[in-house]
Design a protein around this ligand. Sequence first.
Ligand code: TXA
Ligand code: MG
Length: 346
Amino acid sequence: RWTVDINVEKQKSYPQISEAADYLRHGHVIAFPTETVYGLGADATNDAAVQGIFDAKGRPSDNPLIVHISNPDALHDLVSDISPEASQLIETFWPGPLTIIFKKKNGVFSDLVTAGLDTVGIRMPAHAVALELIGRSGKPLAAPSANTSGKPSPTAAEHVARDLSGRITGIVDGGETGVGLESTVIDCTVTPPMILRPGGVSAEEIEACIGKVHVDPSLKKEQSAPRSPGMKYTHYAPTAPLYLIKGKTEWIQQTIHRLQAGGKRVGLLVSSELAAELDADIVSVCGSREDPASTARSLYHAIRSFNDTDADIILAEAFEEKGIGTAIMNRLEKAAGHKWMKESSS
Ligand code: TXA
Ligand code: MG
């Protein structure tokens, strides 16, 4: 295998993108930036290329991939039905962090992309480099997040390199991604549409556009089977156990001291506001409570940063579940395996 590291700056036109597009056309696997997280791309119509994605990530084969396009007009060749709600969502949120599930056209995609389902998830990313790469490859690109399965999604090229170096043909380095969390996945084959994964576009924004939608009830319960296959796997986990923590600041500080007295090195994953009030062994600040978008942007980097430390346990702040906060808490719940430390109300 070759490795080509392609370094590009945003908002320019680059010969390296043509080179990467050539590799994609020839069935290679290339990581590229999007506005959410880095994707691991391959030609969605080529079985061997798509198999390369599953091999590089160690991804279970029953977990379907998202297909990326650079122009909404491409949809008509890929899916068999576009509902009025889907049209409305495309009009409002594409390009952007919203993946829509459609009934697929048969014989277009590798069956590996859709994991045997009769539906396919498609999005048009809002990122100049991604759009240029997809356009020049001339193919719909299947691309899951470019991390090893189970790890936090990559928000910088070096995260991709850490996980996948030597396992893929190359990385298009477009700097840090913007949103920092993956796209929202919404199933538009059902009425009303159903959110299967919270993400970059909030439920509030979607409802302002198309009215009431459902949210997959299994997102709130650990036991029931989620409708989006990927949501059932362990995700985003750092190497040390992570707990969500909720209580008064003094109680959190006492909890930290108690853990330290038991010989543990305690890591904190908290807003700048809470970081200013607490003492622990390792503190990773992830944005400000006043600006949830800043928390989303730095969350995965903050989770990954603990892997270079000797933290024995990580305590993560519980953020408010509204707007992008719903997606932040969904990812933190998964990283924590739903483990909480809560101050008893008495
Ligand atoms: O922001 C993103 O969506 C990033 C960037 C690279 O575009 N991609 C991403 O892909 O997060 P991935 O593979 O890590 O997550 C795709 C999610 C999984 O939970 C998968 O199960 C779900 O979408 N999915 C894909 N196709 C589906 C389908 N036909 N029905 C239900 N869920 C589907
Ligand atoms: Mg992923």
